[in-house]
Write a protein that binds this ligand. Sequence first.
Ligand SMILES: [Zn+2]
Ligand SMILES: [Zn+2]
Length: 182
Amino acid sequence: MSKIIQIRWKEVTFPPICVVCTRYARKVVLVEKTFLYKRHTVEIKLHVPLCETHEAYSNPESRFYKPSEALAIRNSVSITKFLLHKDILELTFSNELIADRVARENAANLLTPLPSQALYPILAHILCHDVRLNTWLETSMLSDHFPTEEEARQVVYPQVNPLLAKNSCDGCFYELLDTLII
Ligand SMILES: [Zn+2]
Ligand SMILES: [Zn+2]
């Protein structure tokens, strides 16, 4: 479901979360729109995070480029309105979770109601002692605050055994080396 947020126009901060799939984003793309007024031209630029997969789909220079996906990716964040004299920027997100997280991230400039919860992706580095499994488990949690490492670990633990089993490491000792909250 799409969601609209309004922000007092400053720099809009995005967490490093892909605006399409909510996974950890290692890439950033520029989304811009120009608004023409009688005496002014205002160029709004956003640095929008994408994961590597969605960046490749949306990049015409990539061999993974998919025009149909690129359109959906372009629509994931749209600059839908800019009221020059009121300094109000309106963004429309195709993913409500992303809208809520961006709203929280820009709480100081937010003009629409602050969402009670937002999505926090978690990356947990799992190393099995026989070294058959050395991987990052990706998960996420909804929270009304930036989760502590301990809170994130509580979300990760129940997911480790199924991951071990899937990788023929059932019953192995493992270490949770890092828990990153994004
Ligand atoms: Zn993605
Ligand atoms: Zn193992």
